[in-house]
Ligand binder design. Structure first.
Ligand SMILES: [Zn+2]
Length: 162
């Protein structure tokens, strides 16, 4: 499903056209040229290591048992390393220290490319507006989940163990 039915430039109904060897929604209007490329969106993610454990968060609207990494979109002009620290501060109220880059993780269902870092933080947690809850999991009890940011947790744990 496309995010657009009508052209965001000229409001003509989009049609399917082949661009770059794939069918894509595109504008048929003369001289417009809009193509909905639908490229993946970069997302920053943080494995937040705190004295109480790794901090996982549940966004508002998520099922009760779902917890994941702190994640967020970059602001225009922002470096990813700044964005990940900003997200940690917004979601947990903590000024974190950037650790190692963990890796890049394509999350195809959401059309996102996740960039994950390990960060360190201490102090009292104050959750932001987007969150319903957080929990601290001791590193020895942390288990990766089999999708999305879980792969970053898996790799981070493997690197620590090795
Ligand atoms: Zn158009």
């Amino acid at each position: 499903m496309s995010a657009f039915t009508y052209c965001p430039r000229c409001a003509a109904p989009l049609t399917e056209q082949t661009h770059g060897d794939r069918p894509r929604p595109a504008c048929p209007a003369e001289g417009c040229g809009f193509v909905h490329w639908d490229n993946p969106v970069p997302v920053v993610a943080a494995i937040v290591e705190h004295p109480d454990g790794v901090l996982l968060v549940r966004n508002k609207g998520w099922p009760e048992k779902w917890f994941g990494l702190v994640t967020g979109f970059l602001e225009k002009g922002e470096a990813p390393e700044e964005g990940v620290l900003r997200e940690v501060e917004e979601e947990l109220g903590l000024r974190a220290e950037l650790g190692d880059f963990v890796g890049l993780y394509p999350f195809h269902q959401a059309n996102q490319l996740v960039m994950a870092w390990h960060v360190r933080a201490a102090g009292p947690v104050v959750i932001g507006d987007e969150l319903a809850a957080y929990k601290a999991i001791p590193v020895s009890k942390l288990r990766p989940w089999p999708f999305a940011t879980g792969d970053a947790v898996r790799d981070w744990l493997a690197r620590r163990a090795g």
